[in-house]
Design a protein around this ligand. Structure first.
Ligand code: COA
Length: 264
């Protein structure tokens, strides 16, 4: 599939870089862009060569300024429901991808942009980035999971305040409330993000995938069940080739060379 609205490249170190590329409309998400991102996820799942995915926006101004508002006048209530469902399905897929997904937020992350970023494992932001759920100003509410993921990430009260006021917050404030993991100067954001993504690609992929699954599944259950899942998964990683290599490398005072896989 050739893409019109995104650029997807896989670097030598196994880091995939997906750039939403509609800078004239601040990378707003129209249905075709959602389909193209969905296709990238198909490719990643099928080929298994991408170890870490980084998602960013083209241009200097925006990560993604939301769903494409120019599509809204064409939609009736049912079509609006189907559009929300389409976005939600895609964002669940991003969240459930077995590899780490990092949002590299280079500018406005509003509405669907903030929602897409929140479906990633964590967010790195430029010091010029702005976050918000401004749907209230259009007389609607977030539709791509924003009310739910924001409340889970920053707490109910702050999520209600952000969704009800539609206020935009700075990258630093987003970091202070736990939405953003790190803030970098705009000029070095992509480079720093790719550096960290590359370092994740060199770690044990068995352990990385296990961490993602255990945290995501565990947080949705009670503490005791989550810890049980952790103990079981700990035992599973313990017998991996990577664990043998990691422990041996530590004892031999050398760097580990992880290859993935389990002993039979
Ligand atoms: N959907 C469609 N087009 C959008 C868009 C969106 N979500 N966000 C921005 N654009 C378009 C603008 O219409 C404009 O197009 P034009 O040049 O053809 O007029 C272009 O992107 C640049 O945006 P502009 O508003 O001129 O830039 P700005 O710097 O003055 O403001 C924002 C930037 C992000 C504050 C403003 O564009 C905005 O509020 N966007 C909508 C955000 C939103 O409500 N998102 C949730 C949608 S559910």
């Amino acid at each position: 599939m050739s893409y019109e609205n995104i650029i997807f490249e896989v670097k030598e170190d196994g880091v995939g870089l997906l750039t939403v590329n509609r800078p004239k409309s601040l990378n707003a998400l129209n249905p075709q862009t959602l389909d193209e991102i969905n296709n990238v996820l198909d490719v990643i799942e099928k080929e298994q060569s991408v170890k870490v995915l980084v998602i960013t926006g083209a241009g200097e101004k925006a990560f993604i300024a939301g769903a494409d508002i120019s599509e809204f006048p064409k939609m009736n209530s049912l079509q609006a429901y189907l559009f929300a469902e389409k976005g939600q399905r895609l964002f669940f897929r991003i969240e459930q991808l077995p590899i780490p997904v990092i949002a590299c937020v280079n500018g406005f992350a509003l509405g669907g942009g903030c929602e897409l970023a929140m479906s990633c494992d964590f967010i790195y932001a430029s010091d010029k980035a702005k976050f918000g759920q401004p749907e209230i100003n259009l007389g609607i509410i977030p539709g791509f999971g924003g009310t739910q993921r924001l409340a889970r990430l920053v707490g109910r009260a702050k999520a209600k305040e952000l969704c009800m006021t539609g206020e935009m917050i700075s990258a630093e404030e987003a970091k202070a409330i736990g939405l953003v993991a790190k803030v970098f100067p705009a000029e070095s954001l992509l480079e720093e993000t790719l550096k960290i993504a590359s370092s994740l690609a060199k770690k044990s992929q068995v352990a990385i995938r296990a961490i993602k699954r255990v945290i995501d599944e565990g947080i949705g259950s009670d503490l005791r069940s989550g810890c049980e899942l952790e103990a079981n998964t700990f035992a599973l990683t313990f017998v991996s080739e990577d664990a043998k290599e990691g422990v041996a490398a530590f004892l031999e005072k050398r760097k580990p060379n992880f290859k993935g896989g389990f002993t039979s």
